[in-house]
Design a protein around this ligand. Structure first.
Ligand code: HEC
Ligand code: HEC
Ligand code: HEC
Ligand code: HEC
Ligand code: HEC
Ligand code: HEC
Ligand code: HEC
Length: 394
């Protein structure tokens, strides 16, 4: 009797376990996507092939990438591999067995060598480079500048010594990549340091960085191929102008903010104030001065085009799925879509540009006050030119 009861119990438990286990498996298979499920950039192509292909040309896609093989030797770089600070001190870009390195020499003796691991920037104007030191990313002393086709001391670096210790923190990656895991680690009684998990880094800016997690969108459309209207994804058309601008301003309003939480979780439609707030300035009566580098949204908001029209936003001129770089004729057509009649003086009308290029007169290139770079030899500083987004008569 006892034996039978025990057998019954054992079989009973096994049966329950089997049922539970099966449920688990089912759950795993059918775990529904939530609004935070990331689908991954590779999944978009099957339904959005044209956009995925044209986006390959856009600088956003390439704004960070791992350095592999000999790319620095084959690419546009380097016309010269030596950067001399002075007659004693130089940094040389060298190929070694485990990759490409920046190597510092003092009077011909090697003092430090660090590998190129990550390039920042799509190379429109410049590349800067990061090197992993354990779980910390450090900026390399030399950057490459397209305008001068040459290496230069990285912006803001000391000009009299070689500096290998500037950390590249989460903030850089929040604007220049799609995701990385960060951990704050206590490294002293009162200090914490930031550690980044390189393996979790998603390079470049991918579709979901601008459109928000699309796991649920993909799940729905895969199982409802007949549905023509987009589901479970932010519809840009329905956002307010401020929300549209904020979706770009996350990365295009500069870095002078108190950060509340990582912008990696920002989705179109979110209130940007939950992510960052203005720094409290002791000198708050003075209007802040916006540099042309990185503050496109503030400058645009200072333009009459913005203040006097309710519609202008970044997409009035830009298409982030294409590369329009340098096509000033197309950009000028965007101006003319609002400005059909213009009261130009005779003198202005005499200028050949007036029909095809509004940009050079009304959004001139200006030198950034934040970024300038030092060339080989001392004290020679080169400017970094950007278009101002304060559209006006100059
Ligand atoms: C199984 C097909 C499918 C996949 C996979 C898919 N989508 Fe879509 N998506 C659609 C359909 C259908 C629409 C509605 C028609 C259209 O706008 O092209 C749509 C529309 C959109 C829209 C437009 C919303 C608007 O403003 O109207 C965005 C943005 C979008 N998808 C993003 C993505 C992203 C990002 C991915 C990859 C992570 C993705 N989709 C993967 C089917 C898909
Ligand atoms: C996740 C951060 C991020 C978001 C969001 C973002 N950008 Fe950018 N954007 C960048 C970075 C970084 C660059 C510099 C790319 C490079 O050259 O490395 C850039 C470059 C650009 C450029 C210059 C390159 C070109 O295509 O001519 C334009 C224009 C631009 N962004 C417009 C926009 C607009 C419009 C939006 C909103 C729809 C937007 N960006 C959203 C980070 C972002
Ligand atoms: C708040 C967002 C933001 C942060 C933080 C940020 N960047 Fe950028 N970065 C941009 C934008 C936007 C551009 C392009 C337009 C411009 O210069 O205004 C850019 C341009 C660049 C370029 C030139 C790209 C090219 O194709 O010419 C490099 C290189 C670069 N950033 C490196 C860095 C590094 C390294 C860090 C961290 C130390 C950093 N950035 C931090 C937004 C950011
Ligand atoms: C830098 C931000 C940004 C990135 C990255 C981005 N988009 Fe968009 N996308 C936008 C904006 C802004 C709009 C709405 C305005 C427009 O059409 O330019 C849009 C519109 C769309 C639409 C609907 C309108 C249309 O043109 O059909 C689809 C679909 C879409 N995106 C898919 C994608 C896919 C797929 C990727 C990745 C390959 C991607 N987007 C990457 C900003 C971005
Ligand atoms: C969405 C519509 C729109 C677009 C696009 C647009 N503007 Fe404007 N712009 C306006 C409005 C509205 C005003 C204010 C006119 C007024 O004061 O009567 C204005 C004013 C101006 C002014 C006078 C500024 C001043 O300070 O007096 C200039 C110059 C100008 N725009 C040039 C441009 C150029 C160049 C472009 C393209 C790069 C452009 N606009 C794109 C709507 C637009
Ligand atoms: C009225 C048209 C217009 C509007 C609106 C506009 N831009 Fe631009 N933007 C331009 C033009 C023109 C250029 C220069 C393009 C070139 O040289 O290839 C440019 C260049 C840029 C660049 C590259 C900077 C440089 O100097 O290389 C960035 C980044 C950018 N825009 C971001 C934005 C963002 C973000 C917004 C919204 C806050 C925005 N733009 C709104 C017309 C516009
Ligand atoms: C050679 C430089 C130059 C070019 C090119 C140019 N502008 Fe102007 N623009 C000016 C100047 C200067 C003024 C002030 C009035 C004057 O002296 O003509 C002005 C005034 C304006 C105004 C304010 C007057 C008004 O009608 O409200 C607008 C808007 C404007 N321009 C738009 C444009 C557009 C759009 C284009 C391209 C189709 C363009 N401009 C090309 C120099 C230029």
């Amino acid at each position: 009797m006892k034996g039978k009861k025990r057998l019954f119990l054992i079989f009973g438990s096994i049966a329950i376990l089997v049922v539970l286990f099966a449920q688990c498996m089912n759950n795993k298979k059918a775990a529904p996507a939530t609004e935070n499920t990331i689908a991954g950039a590779a999944t978009c192509k099957q339904c959005h092939a044209a956009i995925t292909d044209s986006y390959l040309e856009n600088p956003h896609q390439h704004t960070s990438h791992p350095i592999e093989g000999d790319e620095l030797l084959n690419g546009p770089l380097p016309h010269s591999s030596v950067f001399a600070f002075d007659q004693h001190l130089k940094v040389v870009v060298e190929k070694r067995d485990s990759g490409m390195y920046q190597v510092a020499y003092l009077d011909g003796k090697e003092t430090i060598a660090r590998r190129f691991d990550i390039a920042f920037g799509a190379g429109v104007k410049a590349y800067t480079y990061g090197s992993w030191q354990g779980n910390e990313l450090k900026q390399l002393p030399l950057s490459y500048f397209k305008t001068i086709q040459s290496w230069a001391n990285s912006p803001g670096f000391p000009s009299d010594r070689v500096y290998f210790d500037r950390p590249i923190g989460l903030r850089c990656l929040e604007c220049h990549s799609s995701f990385v895991n960060r951990k704050m680690v206590q490294d002293g009684p009162l200090t914490v340091k930031e550690e980044l998990d390189g393996k979790s880094l998603v390079y470049g800016i991918d579709c979901e960085r601008c459109h928000g997690p699309a796991g649920k969108h993909v799940e729905f459309h895969l199982s409802h191929p007949e549905a023509k209207a987009a589901k479970y994804i932010a519809i840009y058309k329905t956002l307010t102008r401020q929300q549209k601008i904020d979706a770009c301003a996350v990365c295009h309003s500069g870095n002078n903010w108190e950060v509340q939480q990582s912008t990696f979780s920002f989705k179109p439609g979110d209130d940007i104030k939950r992510y960052r707030s203005a720094k409290v300035s002791l000198n708050s009566s003075k209007e802040p001065e916006y540099d042309v580098h990185g503050t496109q949204s503030q400058l645009l908001e200072k333009s009459k085009c913005f203040m006097k029209s309710n519609t202008i936003d970044c997409s009035s001129c830009h298409r982030t799925h294409e590369n329009l770089k340098g096509n000033l004729t197309i950009y000028s057509q965007r101006c003319m879509s609002c400005h059909t009649t213009i009261k130009h003086s005779q003198a202005t009308l005499a200028n050949a540009m007036v029909k095809t290029n509004c940009i050079d007169c009304h959004m001139p290139k200006q030198a950034s006050k934040m970024i300038s770079f030092q060339l080989a030899g001392k004290n020679q500083v080169s400017t970094y030119l950007l278009r101002t987004h304060r559209i006006a008569v100059y």
